[in-house]
Ligand binder design. Structure first.
Ligand SMILES: Cc1cc2nc3c(=O)[nH]c(=O)nc-3n(C[C@H](O)[C@H](O)[C@H](O)COP(=O)(O)OP(=O)(O)OC[C@H]3O[C@@H](n4cnc5c(N)ncnc54)[C@H](O)[C@@H]3O)c2cc1C
Length: 412
């Protein structure tokens, strides 16, 4: 029997599996093998180290009615899901009050401060250092007033050590000559980097894990079996049970369903995101560009240009509504003249999202042999390596180097 069973092989599960191997554990990764449905495959690929401020924050409330009623807005709730998602949405909005946001920033900062160093160490060990691209990100705006309108967030980022530099229209033309349209200025996000392609990073790390003797069970987990305060087995889709000694639950947006088997009820939403990936975009973008007014990100990857983003509240495993991907592709054409979107591939996948934007990382409250690692929201790619190290500390019985109380599962 393996020492640790990791359920869910997205970036969080794979990084955790490698960190556990580093402790000397024999590790089995269990994944149903639908990598391309995982958020870790289709995300925008940013190492978003300065993303300490949650989406729900002071000033968001007046924007909500327009967002909710406009299918082209960056955040949309499918009308049929409005009632079932209402409790989550209310908690999300309630988390946006000033005092709570400061608490969230204090919780996210110690994680994100470590993200780059933890990835550099992991990627170097795996011989994949070239997969982290040493180019900062740019946030583009239609006007300086848009930046000033969110000075609350920018000040919080600077105060916590994440720096940015203003780019006027001339600077923007110099760094991103292909961008035009209504964009007049930007911010150079000095600490943010990007991956060459997140799906490739996840896959190469999984191969590294296997090359060091890790094992992979390709199966869908339908439940957790517990006796007293111990999880003793996982139940697979076919009904058979596989015994476990220790368990890490890292199944992204699907984790909430499994956690319920051991009495853990977490308000975990699956916030669907979309991308349009262009192998031959016919324009050159030099940096990952977050277009604030458009609500999407342009990331130049080793496999082409990815236009990604948008948040759709539509429950777990909904049918994709690729109009959302078309909308961001059309918006991208408006700021990138000459962009060729033909031959693009569309994708939808779920961000595992807690109402306060903070992940759940910690021991299960009533089951000592279980570590929970999910709910990383819009920064799960960024926090893969860091989460892995914290998971390894917890499984090894060591005190993690940061205060873990903000990420406890029972904080709601
Ligand atoms: C459009 C979009 C853009 C994003 N951009 C960024 C970004 O730029 N930077 C960033 O840091 N983050 C970004 N994110 C967020 C990030 O992608 C996620 O937070 C992160 O990938 C979550 O990783 P995970 O391993 O927890 O989950 P996932 O990647 O979703 O992996 C979960 C895994 O669990 C497996 N699984 C689930 N249920 C079961 C089961 N019952 N049995 C067996 N296996 C199971 C799945 O097959 C999957 O492989 C973005 C997300 C989206 C949607």
């Amino acid at each position: 029997m393996t020492d640790v069973t990791v359920v869910g092989g997205g970036i969080v599960g794979v990084c955790s599996a490698i960190a556990l191997q580093n402790e000397g554990f024999r590790v089995e990764l269990v994944d149903r093998g639908l990598e391309t449905e995982a958020a870790s495959y289709g995300n925008c690929g940013l190492l978003a180290t300065g993303e300490i401020v949650p989406i729900s924050k002071p000033g968001i409330l007046p924007k909500i009615p327009k967002w909710l009623s406009d299918p082209k807005s960056p955040l949309f709730v499918r009308p049929g899901d409005m009632i079932s998602q209402m409790p989550w949405l209310m908690r999300f909005l309630w988390s946006g009050r000033r005092r709570k946001v400061l608490e969230i920033v204090a919780g996210m900062t110690p994680l994100l401060q470590r993200a780059e160093q933890d990835y550099r160490a992991l990627l170097e060990t795996a011989g994949l250092s070239d997969k982290l691209v040493n180019t900062p990100n740019i946030m583009a705006f239609n006007s300086k007033a848009d930046i000033d309108g969110d000075s609350f967030s920018w000040k919080l980022r600077t105060t916590n050590g994440f720096n940015h530099r203003f780019l006027d229209a001339n600077d923007m033309r110099a760094v991103e000559p292909a961008l035009s349209g209504p964009i007049t200025c930007g911010l150079l996000l000095e600490d943010w980097l990007q991956f060459s392609d997140p799906g490739i990073v996840r896959n190469r790390l999984a191969e590294f894990f296997l090359s060091r003797g890790g094992s992979l069970l390709k199966a869908s987990v339908s439940g957790l079996v517990a006796k007293g305060g111990t999880v003793t087995a996982i139940r697979l889709g076919g009904g058979e049970q596989v015994e476990v000694k220790r368990l890490v639950l890292s199944a992204g947006a699907w984790s909430g369903k499994l956690a319920r088997d051991i009495g853990i009820r977490v308000p975990l939403a699956a916030l669907q995101g979309y991308h349009h990936h262009l192998p031959n975009p016919a324009v050159t973008v030099n940096h990952a560009v977050l277009y604030a007014n458009g609500g999407f990100v342009l990331t130049p990857m080793e496999t082409g240009l990815r236009i990604g983003g948008t948040i759709e509240v539509a429950g777990l495993d909904p049918k994709p509504n690729f109009d959302r991907a078309n909308i961001i592709a059309e918006k991208a054409k408006a700021v990138l003249p000459g962009l060729d979107i033909s031959g693009g591939k569309q994708w939808m996948g779920p961000r595992p999202f807690m109402p306060d934007t903070m992940p759940v990382i910690g021991k299960a409250p009533a089951h000592d042999n279980v570590v929970l690692a999910f709910g990383h929201g819009q920064v799960g790619m960024t926090l893969g390596a860091t989460t892995g190290r914290l998971v390894a500390d917890l499984v090894a019985g060591r005190k993690p180097p940061i205060d873990m109380s903000p990420y406890r599962s029972n904080r709601f």
